[in-house]
Write a protein that binds this ligand. Structure first.
Ligand SMILES: [Zn+2]
Length: 81
């Protein structure tokens, strides 16, 4: 069941509503059907978490690569003969 978040254009009230094909969503405060559908919060959170996870894994990879280069340079310096 899709739950959408709406913002009422009539009174600016924001609310979540379970949307059924048989029901036209209306503002629970002023009964207006002039509503703006907002991006649902759970979806937004998931996207944020995914992007953060990608950034963290990229940062880890970058760090690992830098350490490899440093180790390689140290090895070359010690074995420069
Ligand atoms: Zn309203």
């Amino acid at each position: 069941m899709p739950i959408f978040e709406y913002s009422c254009r009539g009174c600016a009230h924001q609310f979540e509503m379970l949307v059924l094909p048989t029901i036209t969503p209306a503002c629970p405060k002023c009964a207006s059907q002039d509503l703006e559908r907002l991006i649902s919060l759970p979806a937004l959170k998931t996207e944020d978490g995914t992007q953060r996870a990608i950034k963290q894994s990229q940062a880890r990879r970058m760090k690992g690569r830098t350490e490899e280069i440093v180790a390689q340079r140290e090895y070359e310096l010690k074995h420069d003969d």
